[in-house]
Ligand binder design. Structure first.
Ligand code: AMP
Ligand code: GLY
Length: 421
């Protein structure tokens, strides 16, 4: 079979890496991919938002199945377009992707369907939002409605922080139309969990749990990022809590969407806050997490292609999905300045040395080959190092010793992945 994976991050590298182990896969293409993906797949120079060229490519190369990594093409309606042309593709339709592409849609949907989430109010006027914030007090959370590359959420501890966030979104319009509506949310205090499932719209198959570390700096300080490291499983999830997540959140979401005319097929990712042992939804994503996928897929025993094909054919109930008992941990190596501005094109040293190490998987994110054939930085999050171990301590020790071998100017990473839950 010929497969196309869309995207260029560590998430897509881990999807390609897992698919490359399948006996049924003959060839994998990745659009646009990165320097690491290029070692195991053929990278195609088409951007993930260029839906017309992607469809042309799929037709021309007789691709059997397309897997969409990032949210933007899903929000643009790539699944609707491909399905209309009779092409197999993994992901929700444009209507389903709204669960991520509009936070206002997601919150109103949760309210209608009694899915536990933080209290909120929606504003289009700065003055009204400011009045409400003064009334509510702090901490308080301010979110841009639309997609903002993981940067549209501000957890504000003071009036100054909050009005600055409102100013950036509503007056400076730093997220453009994504900030036309603003959500002001109650700040939940608890522990975060990433809970992802495969679904074909009928059957739900949970993945192993994980924990992301969204803040840039150790001890969960600094600004929010796309994610600086992950581990799996997330030890705070007990079997009882998992049952509650499935019964109170995941199942009602799939059922509620169906009731509203949306058959949700693809990956559903619930970002949860556990408060007093009860789960609340912080956000939904309509795709795999990054860097959650870098710890989830290394624990998957089942052939990923079997799962995807079953999802595409609505036969997910027929696949037995098995996971390894081991623990996995991933640490992200980022460019100096991320999640703000950063330099690109900095040579990366030590990659060859890591290749020889047992139990270490290196997932590339923002990397590319330069004109001299060197692998250089090409994004904010540059690499993710994942290790499997019998426990968190062992996985941590493996990853952090491997990091010592890697270097690029300005390399930043958190030292506490796996130490805090
Ligand atoms: P989101 O993209 O909505 O998941 O938000 C990104 C991060 O902001 C989350 O992972 C949390 O750390 C934080 N966050 C979002 N919403 C809330 C909330 N209502 N209460 C506390 N923290 C939140
Ligand atoms: N790691 C968070 C996300 O993928 O949205």
């Amino acid at each position: 079979m010929k497969i196309l994976v869309i995207g260029s991050g560590g998430r897509e590298h881990s999807i390609v890496w897992k698919l490359a182990q399948s006996n049924v896969v003959d060839k994998i293409y990745c659009a646009p991919g990165n320097a690491g993906i290029a070692e195991i797949a053929e990278c195609v120079e088409v951007e993930s938002k260029d839906l017309t060229s992607l469809l042309d490519f799929v037709k021309y190369e007789w691709i059997d199945l397309t897997i969409v990594g990032p949210e933007e093409p899903l929000a643009q309606g790539i699944v609707d377009i491909f399905q209309k042309e009779g092409r197999k593709i993994i992901g929700p339709t444009k209507a389903g992707a709204q669960i991520e592409s509009s936070k206002v849609f997601a919150k109103d949907f949760m309210k209608r369907n009694k899915i536990p989430t933080a209290e909120y109010k929606v504003f289009t006027s700065y003055t009204h939002a400011e009045e409400y914030i003064r009334l509510k007090g702090f901490p308080i959370v301010i979110k841009a409605d639309g997609l903002a590359a993981g940067k549209g959420v501000f957890v504000c501890h003071t009036y100054e922080d909050a009005t600055e966030a409102l100013r950036l979104i509503m007056k400076e319009k730093i997220f453009g139309p994504a900030g036309e509506k603003v959500l002001v949310e109650e700040c939940l205090q608890g522990k975060e969990v990433s809970y992802l499932v495969f679904t074909d719209g009928k059957t739900i198959v949970p993945m192993v749990t994980s924990k992301d570390h969204k803040r840039l700096l150790d001890n969960d300080e600094g600004p929010n990022t796309g994610g600086m490291g992950t581990f799996s499983p997330n030890p705070i999830i007990t079997p009882e809590l998992e049952k509650e997540i499935l019964e109170k959140i995941i199942k009602p979401t799939i059922k509620g969407l169906k009731k509203e005319g949306i058959v949700y097929r693809g990956i559903l990712y619930a970002g949860l806050m556990i408060v007093n042992e009860k789960p609340y939804v912080l956000e939904f994503n309509c795709r795999f997490g990054d860097p959650e996928t870098q710890v989830i897929l290394p624990r998957l025993e089942t052939d990923l292609l079997d799962i995807f094909m079953a999802m595409a054919e609505q036969k997910l109930h027929k696949v037995e999905v098995k996971w390894k008992k081991d623990v996995s941990l991933c640490v992200i190596l980022a460019s100096n300045g991320y999640p703000g501005k950063y330099k690109k094109g900095i040579p990366i040293q030590g990659l060859e040395m890591i290749k020889g190490l047992n139990d270490i998987i290196i997932f590339h994110a923002g990397t590319k080959y330069d004109d001299e054939g060197r692998i250089v930085t090409n994004g904010g999050r540059v690499l993710g190092l994942t290790a499997i171990g019998k426990d968190l301590k062992e996985a941590r020790q493996k990853v952090y010793s491997a990091i010592e071998l890697i270097h690029f100017e300005g390399m930043h990473y958190r030292k506490d992945i796996g130490l805090i839950s």
